[in-house]
Design a binder for this molecule. Structure first.
Ligand SMILES: CC(C)(COP(=O)(O)OP(=O)(O)OC[C@H]1O[C@@H](n2cnc3c(N)ncnc32)[C@H](O)[C@@H]1OP(=O)(O)O)[C@@H](O)C(=O)NCCC(=O)NCCS
Length: 167
């Protein structure tokens, strides 16, 4: 994985649109009049000091991204995570998630929609491996979206080991 640089931004924006389109099935969002999905969370990830955007690179090709917030506080939040369809079910996502969480030992929160069954299976498997016996989950309402079922939030505590500081 690598932190997004200025030259990566157009590519990240394209991946963001794929991500939002995938999730629109579950969050029932529609594109803006220009055909794109809103980018507020992506823009925040690029400018807010407590956030980071990373590209997932596999076999020297950009394969997805991860957004993290809470880097300056006590708990990190996985605020976006995406693997392109052609690389799915190959372990790319799990590998990236483990490297990223290991690079920031301590508490993490990971929200997802239960209707997104792939995400649920994926994140529970990541939690079982990254934090065996040290993870829980709870349901929280989606702010401003009473029409949606509550999100599931996984809370885990990642124990660090020397050498894990780089995702
Ligand atoms: C969820 C997502 C990140 C998984 O990425 P991935 O690279 O395909 O995941 P991996 O190959 O590392 O899968 C690891 C394990 O997660 C589970 N898993 C992943 N995708 C799954 C699916 N579609 N159905 C069931 N289980 C799945 C499996 O246990 C899998 O292990 P296995 O392939 O040995 O059975 C990817 O499907 C994606 O980007 N989806 C769209 C965006 C999204 O939903 N992001 C998460 C929002 S919170």
């Amino acid at each position: 994985m690598r932190t997004v640089g200025d030259g990566d931004r157009p590519g990240l924006e394209a991946l963001w649109q794929m991500f939002r389109h995938d999730l629109s099935e579950f969050d029932r969002s529609r594109p803006l009049p220009d055909g794109s999905f809103g980018r507020e969370r992506l823009r925040a990830a690029l400018v807010e000091p407590d956030r980071e955007a990373l590209l997932i690179v596999h076999e020297e090709r950009v394969t997805g991204f991860a957004l993290v917030r809470g880097l300056l506080g006590p708990c990190r939040v996985m605020s976006g995570f995406f693997v392109v369809r052609t690389a799915r079910r190959t372990g790319v996502g799990a590998g990236a998630a483990h490297r990223l969480t290991a690079a920031h030992p301590g508490p993490w929160e990971i929200p997802f929609q239960e209707d997104n069954t792939a995400a649920g299976r994926f994140w529970r498997r990541v939690a079982r491996r990254a934090a065996p016996g040290r993870w829980t989950e709870e349901r929280r309402p989606v702010p401003g979206r009473p029409d949606l079922p509550p999100d599931t939030w996984i809370r885990l505590t990642v124990v660090g080991s020397p050498g894990d500081r780089r995702p």
